[in-house]
Design a protein around this ligand. Structure first.
Ligand code: MN
Length: 233
């Protein structure tokens, strides 16, 4: 009985949130950028405490992310970019003004970020774990490389775990709101996991100690989402 209810609930959630699931786990190949929706946060503002405090989450989501979304839609409205899906837009982002690149990246990257965190303890799937061990030797070595990329990114930006076109996983970092789907980025591929290292992501709680924020990030990584991104690619 309980199981039936759970299955019905999951089914209902899938039905009511198709654009959210589609955009984040596998960028929707047909949805126009102008039809982008501002997503619900998948948990409460205080859900990731003590790693990320409620005030930071509230400002980050309701002010920063919302502003990227609004500015992105305003920037593409009435232009050919509005007719492209996000993946196609990012693939030729070099042709776009900085306003589209920065706000489009900001809109998209934060969706990935919210979804690849969770208050629930999770672990990588067997397939993802095997791939990480193949390309990084061990999960710990991968974490070390990812954390280093996050700590060393100069100024604002992101660190990523990416699946390259050759099927290999790699770690990278990008400045500002760039992401691995963009043609301007040197190391391109499908983003699986990201961490926001803009000061707005951690400064209220961690001040200048970005390294502590990065080290604590592992407490809230949603490996279920990361595994799903890897396996549905
Ligand atoms: Mn941010």
């Amino acid at each position: 009985m309980k199981q039936t209810f759970f299955i019905a609930l999951v089914g209902l959630l899938l039905i009511v949130s198709p654009s959210w699931a589609g955009v984040t786990n596998n960028p929707n190949p047909v949805q126009k950028a102008i039809d982008s929706v501002f997503p619900e946060l998948p948990y409460a503002y205080n859900a990731l405490e003590p790693t990320i405090d409620a005030k930071t989450m509230e400002i980050h989501y309701s002010k920063h992310h919302k502003a990227y979304y609004n500015n992105f839609l305003a920037a593409i409205k009435g232009t050919p970019a509005a007719e492209l899906d996000l993946k196609s837009l990012f693939a030729e982002i070099s042709k776009q003004p900085a306003l589209v690149r920065n706000n489009g990246g900001g809109y998209y990257n934060h969706m990935l970020f919210w979804e690849n965190m969770s208050p629930t303890k999770t672990t990588p799937s067997a397939a993802l774990k095997a791939a990480i061990e193949k390309d990084f030797v061990s999960v710990d070595k991968f974490k070390e490389e990812f954390a280093n990329a996050a700590k060393k990114q100069f100024g604002s930006g992101w660190a990523w775990l990416v699946l390259g076109k050759d099927g290999k996983l790699f770690v990278s970092s990008t400045p500002n709101q760039d992401n691995p789907l963009m043609d301007v980025v040197e190391k391109k591929g499908t983003p699986l996991l990201c961490i926001d290292v803009w000061e707005h992501a951690y400064y209220l709680k961690y001040q200048n100690l970005r390294a502590d924020y990065v080290d604590n990030f592992w407490n809230v990584v949603n490996w279920d989402t990361v595994s799903k991104r890897f396996e549905t690619k």
